[in-house]
Design a protein. Structure first.
Length: 345
């Protein structure tokens, strides 16, 4: 019955192949070191209906123009890890939320969509208040969602965050390996208790990667070699699919997961756990050490310009600026009061 239901939905929903693949990432927890599989015959209809709803919502979301602009290589995203950051890596059990979690979730969504309230979007929305959109930290380039993470003033901070995250990989690797071995032992015990004859699992060991292994593991990420070494370095690819700024936004690339699994010489599930924690650390620290100082610098400049919080939320009726793409012109409901309310600064 499960296959029939999915077949019926697939016949009525164009472009479902990508959504089904994403659903398998989001919904299934395969046994250790076994390939992920889709729904099987005899699965509960109610669960399948929920999965179909997940497919449709995910397909509709990834089809939005703003998502395609913000994440060009959408087929190479590991969605389970990427979307976990939206809810601060906690499962959602209720429709109710407190103010702090709501602000954090709004920030994560805007960062993932490339819709943070940067100066270019603020100038486009209220040109009467913002005579310029030059970054208030480096004062060299126009500030957009890409510049925020690549700003020269944030380069040293990015390197420090990266080195701290790299220093935690062995700790995360040991934890992930222990959890993997414990899960296999539990599976073995359940099988024996049911009277099945199965081979005893052989424990997996974590071997600390060398520096050369690390470089090879993130070689597909543009700018990663330079950040890792702390000095200019050529990328492996002339036009890399991903950049360090994408990791700072919380995007977990599938291609990086594949490379790390080969470098660590571990099952994919262990590499996935380590990469999830690595990108999660970068994302959290980038918000704390790059975005918040940026907000403080921008607010200080706004005060010198006489721009108040009330001015930023008042309706503007004059001509609109056309210096930014449409995706950067944010709705009032999406801005959350710009950066003054973003982190309560």
């Amino acid at each position: 019955m499960g296959q029939k239901i999915f077949g019926a939905v697939e016949s009525r929903t164009p472009g479902l192949t990508h959504a089904k693949r994403a659903l398998y990432q989001l919904s299934y927890n395969p046994k250790p070191d076994r390939p992920q599989i889709g729904p099987v015959s005899g699965a509960r209809v109610r669960q399948l209906l929920k999965q179909q709803s997940t497919i449709r919502h995910h397909q509709a979301w990834t089809s939005q123009r703003r998502v395609k602009r913000a994440i060009p290589d959408i087929e190479d995203v590991e969605w389970n890890s990427t979307l976990a950051y939206v809810h601060d890596r906690h499962a959602v059990f209720t429709f109710y939320s407190n103010s702090k979690d709501t602000h954090q979730r709004t920030h994560h969504i805007k960062k993932l969509h490339g819709m943070l309230p940067t100066l270019n979007s603020m100038q486009a929305r209220k040109p009467n208040l913002y005579p310029t959109c030059v970054c208030r930290r480096c004062e060299l380039e126009k500030e957009d969602n890409d510049h925020v993470w690549k700003c020269p003033s944030a380069a040293e901070t990015t390197t420090e965050i990266w080195k701290e995250a790299m220093g935690k990989i062995n700790e995360w690797g040991v934890q992930a390996t222990n959890s993997y071995n414990a899960a296999r032992k539990r599976e073995y015990k359940r099988a024996v208790d049911r009277g099945r004859q199965v081979p005893r699992p052989v424990p997996i060991h974590w071997w600390p990667p060398s520096d050369a292994d690390h470089v090879r593991g993130f070689s597909s990420i543009g700018g990663a070699r330079a950040v890792h070494s702390g000095s200019p370095a050529l990328d492996r690819d002339e036009k890399p699919m991903w950049n360090v700024s994408d990791l700072l936004r919380g995007i977990t690339p599938l291609s990086m997961l594949t490379e790390w699994s080969a470098v660590f010489r571990t099952p994919m599930s262990i590499a996935k756990t380590v990469l999830h924690k690595f990108v999660g650390y970068l994302e959290a620290q980038a918000s704390e050490l790059i975005w918040k100082p940026r907000c403080s610098a921008t607010i200080a400049w706004e005060q010198t310009q006489g721009i108040s919080a009330k001015d930023k939320t008042s309706k503007y009726t004059g001509p609109r600026a056309t210096i930014v793409a449409q995706s950067q012109v944010l709705d009032r409901t999406a801005t959350g009061g710009w950066c003054t309310e973003e982190f309560g600064l």
